[in-house]
Design a protein around this ligand. Structure first.
Ligand code: SAH
Length: 406
C-alpha cells in the first residue's frame, strides 16, 4: 500500500465538511448519519457520492463518509478514524461481516443456504444491503456513494466468498429515487448456477431476481417462519400479505391442514404456488387469494386457527407514523375481533418509524377495542444476520408478536 503523501491525501480527500458546534456528538458515539442541518461549511465542491472528510466545528477529524446532498442524510459515515477507503478497506469490511455470519453457523447446514451478508449500518456500511441465496449475492445500493463503490464491493465479495457464482445488482428502483435513471438491474458477475436451489431451514424458495420485491425474498422472517412451522400441525393457517408464501410454506412444512396465502400481487401468488409444488406439498392444501387485505379482513377470519399479518412498511418516514399506527390498529382489530377462541395471531411491523413499544401499544389498543382475552406468547424480532449497531438503534426495524386469542 503506498504511504500517503500530503499530495495524495489532498487528492483523495479534497472535500472537507465542517459541522456546526456540538453536532459532532452523535458521530463521536459512532452514529453514522450526518443530517444536512448539522453542516456549517464545506471546503471543496463534493458531488453526490463523493467521499468527504468530516470535521467538527474547530477542525477535529471525525471520519470519512459518502456525500449525499439531495437527501436529508447528507453524509453516511464509513469510518470514524483516519484511514484510506480503498480496495483493501472494502475487503476487510466484507470479511468482518462474513465472519459474523459464519460465527452464527447460518450457512453450516445443508438445508439452509440463505442469509443477509451485509445489513447496512448494522455492518458499518450505511447504504448497502447484500443478501446471499445459495452461491448468489444480491446487492442493493441505497446511495450514490455505494453505487459508485459497486465494483470494489463485487471484487471483495468474490475474493472473500470463493464459492460465489454470481452477483446480481438490484438497485435500479432505489437509485431512480435519488435521480439515477440509467441504472438497470442485472448480473454484474457470473451467472446463476444451473442447480441453484435457495433453501431456508429445509424450505425451498422460489426467488424472482428480476421482478421480486427488495432482494427477491424477505430473509428477515426466517426464524419467525420456523416458529410458525413448529405450531402449525393440523391447523388452518391464513397468511395475509403473503408475498411469495414464505409463511405458508413454513406452515405446510409443519403439517398444517391448509394454508391460504393472501396478497394483492398476482405475480407473488403465482410464485407461492410454484413454491408449494417445488417443496412437493399437496397443492390441494394451499389456496391463493388475490385480494386487498383490508377488505378481506372485514369479512372475518373465524375459520382459521392461525393468522399471520405481515404488511409492508406502513410508515416510510416519521411524518407518516400517526397514519401508520392507525393502519396497524385497524388490521389487527379486524383480525382479533373475529378470530376463534384458542387461535394464534402472528402480527408484524417492519416500519422503522414505529418502534417496538409503539407497535405493542397499538396492538394492545386493538385488543382492548376487540373486547377479547389476548395474551402475548412471543415477542419477535429480526434475526442475528440483520444486526443492529448499538449506536444506531434505528436499525431495529422488524418487530412482531404472537398472540393467543381467547
Ligand atoms: N410475509 C411476506 C412478506 C410481505 S411483504 C414474506 O414472508 O415473504 C408485503 C406484501 O404485502 C407484498 O407482497 C405486497 O404485494 C402485499 N400488499 C401490499 N398491500 C396490500 C394490500 N392492501 N392487500 C394485500 N396485500 C398487500
Amino acid at each position: 500500500m503506498p504511504s500517503p503523501s500530503p499530495i495524495f491525501a489532498e487528492m483523495e480527500y479534497e472535500h472537507t465538511v465542517f459541522l456546526k458546534p456540538r453536532k459532532e456528538e452523535s458521530l463521536i458515539r459512532r452514529h453514522p448519519w450526518v443530517f444536512s442541518g448539522a453542516i456549517r461549511k464545506i471546503d471543496g465542491h463534493p458531488k453526490d457520492g463523493d467521499l468527504v472528510k468530516v470535521c467538527a466545528n474547530k477542525g477535529r477529524l471525525l471520519g470519512y463518509g459518502h456525500f449525499s446532498p439531495n437527501t436529508s442524510i447528507a453524509i453516511r459515515m464509513l469510518t470514524f478514524q483516519e484511514e484510506e477507503i480503498d480496495g483493501d478497506w472494502w475487503r476487510s469490511k466484507i470479511r468482518q461481516a462474513l465472519k459474523v455470519r459464519s460465527d452464527l453457523n447460518l450457512l453450516a447446514e445443508s438445508n439452509q443456504n440463505i442469509c443477509r451478508l451485509i445489513h447496512a449500518e448494522g455492518d458499518g456500511l450505511s447504504g448497502l444491503i447484500v443478501d446471499y441465496y445459495d452461491r448468489v449475492a444480491v446487492v442493493q445500493t441505497h446511495s450514490m456513494g455505494m453505487h459508485c463503490a459497486l465494483n470494489e464491493i463485487v471484487q471483495a465479495l468474490k475474493v472473500e466468498l470463493p464459492e460465489l457464482k454470481g452477483v446480481f445488482d438490484k438497485s435500479s428502483k432505489l437509485l431512480k429515487k435519488i435521480g439515477l435513471a440509467d441504472v438497470e438491474d442485472g448480473l454484474v458477475f457470473g451467472s446463476l448456477p444451473e442447480d441453484w436451489s435457495p433453501i431456508e431451514f429445509g424450505r425451498k424458495i422460489v426467488i424472482d431476481l428480476e421482478q421480486g420485491q427488495k432482494t427477491g425474498f424477505f430473509i428477515d422472517q426466517r426464524e419467525n417462519r420456523s416458529l410458525l412451522s413448529q405450531l402449525s400441525k393440523g391447523k388452518k393457517v391464513l397468511n395475509v400479505f403473503s408475498y411469495t408464501g414464505g409463511f405458508s410454506i413454513a406452515a405446510m412444512q409443519g403439517g398444517c391442514e391448509l394454508a391460504h396465502s393472501l396478497d394483492s400481487s398476482k405475480r407473488a401468488l403465482d410464485l407461492a404456488e410454484e413454491s408449494v409444488t417445488l417443496n412437493g406439498f399437496d397443492a390441494k392444501r394451499h389456496k391463493s387469494i388475490e385480494a386487498d387485505a383490508m377488505q378481506f379482513l372485514k369479512n372475518g377470519v373465524a375459520e382459521y386457527d392461525i393468522v399471520v399479518l405481515d404488511p409492508p412498511a406502513f410508515a416510510k418516514s416519521a411524518s407518516a407514523r400517526h397514519q401508520a399506527v392507525q393502519g396497524y390498529k385497524r388490521i389487527n382489530q379486524r383480525a382479533i375481533q373475529t378470530m376463534k377462541a384458542g387461535s394464534l395471531l402472528f402480527t408484524f411491523s417492519c416500519s422503522q418509524a414505529v418502534d417496538d413499544r409503539l407497535f405493542t401499544h397499538t396492538v394492545i389498543a386493538a385488543a382492548i377495542q376487540s373486547n377479547r382475552m389476548v395474551r402475548i406468547l412471543h415477542r419477535l424480532h429480526q434475526p442475528a444476520d440483520h444486526p443492529v449497531s448499538a449506536f444506531h438503534p434505528e436499525g431495529a426495524y422488524l418487530k412482531g408478536l404472537v398472540l393467543r386469542i381467547d
